[in-house]
Design a protein around this ligand. Structure first.
Ligand code: CP
Length: 308
């Protein structure tokens, strides 16, 4: 696999292999490093980001890569340069891979098909967010050890969520029992999974994965009463108290405190929200290592095989 742009093409074995590699990196069993090779990697974020951009940068620096940072607002994108020409520029000046976030669905996949160097999807519009999904999978893997029959309910603004899409696809590939919970206007009929009411979901799930309401992607400016939304569709203290003993609460963040989750629950005992962020670094190290490895193998720079 040249790129890491979608969970649709990932097999169960590939996902499990990546999870094992993330574990080996986190526990220090392996220490991949490109320090001696003086390699460059570019981060092109055309949409705001805190966690994804920064954890990619930490991952890249931990791998000994030289990071080419790109700021749209001070770049030639403002003179009209296309994403393709920008990416080709980074390729020309020596970047060995590109991490990109773009507001347009499928823009990253289209770019990947045009470039020789690997492309990693840091989020394409409401399309996919595969590295977020991978760190979410790793967080569940740490907790439960396997996915077969694991009841995972994804709750919130499903319609506008690339995290929901990537996770629903990947979890389903891994054998989890995926369910969705959302108010009527936030449902996505293209995802073929059953919908549950939140009150049923909290009593029946191993994982409650909450999502932010992505007002910036909404076409209709439907008014949002935050307290009403929390009471009808979110994780209140009462619902938290009805979770199974072993259940965990996840959220890709940023969190709208007091909207999809009660403010006091963000750091509650069952919350893994900040654990997810920590896992983002190891997960992104494994993804970068995987695509660089495949590229070096293809170019004949290394000869041995490597199974993910
Ligand atoms: N979870 C996530 O993608 O966060 P950022 O938008 O801050 O990168």
């Amino acid at each position: 696999m040249k790129d890491f742009v979608s969970m649709k093409t990932m097999t169960k074995d590939q996902l499990l292999g990546l999870l094992k590699r993330i574990e080996a990196i986190e526990t220090g069993q392996v220490k991949p490093s490109y320090k001696k090779e003086e390699m460059f990697i570019a981060n092109l974020f055309y949409e705001p980001s805190t966690r994804t951009k920064m954890s990619f940068e930490v991952a890249e620096k931990k791998l000994g890569l030289n990071v080419l940072d790109f700021h749209v607002e001070s770049s030639s994108a403002l003179k009209g340069e296309t994403v393709y020409d920008t990416a080709k520029t980074f390729e020309a000046i020596g970047a060995k891979a590109i991490v990109i976030r773009h507001p347009k669905e499928n823009a990253v996949q289209e770019l990947a098909a045009q470039l020789d160097i690997p492309v990693i999807n840091g989020g394409d519009g409401k399309g996919e967010h595969p590295t977020q999904s991978l760190l979410d999978l790793y967080t569940m893997y740490q907790e439960f050890g396997s996915f077969e029959g694991l009841k995972v309910t994804i709750v919130g603004d499903i319609l506008h969520s690339r995290v929901a899409r990537s996770n629903a696809i990947a979890l389903s590939t891994l054998g989890a029992d995926v369910r969705l919970s959302a108010k009527e206007s936030y449902r996505d009929d293209t995802l073929d999974f059953p919908y549950l009411e939140i009150d049923e979901a909290v009593e029946d799930s191993d994982v409650i994965m909450l999502l932010r309401i992505q007002l910036e992607r909404h076409s209709s400016k439907e008014a949002l009463n935050k307290a009403d939304y929390l009471n009808q569709y979110g994780l209140t203290i009462d619902r938290y108290n009805r979770l199974k003993e072993h259940a965990i609460v996840m959220h890709p963040a940023p969190v709208n405190r007091g909207v999809e989750i009660d403010d006091t629950l963000v750091e509650a005992e069952k919350s893994r929200i900040f654990k997810q962020m920590a896992n983002g670094v190891y997960s992104r190290m494994a993804v970068i290592e995987m695509v660089l490895f495949q590229q070096q193998l293809k170019k004949g720079e290394i000869k041995h095989d490597f199974t993910y």
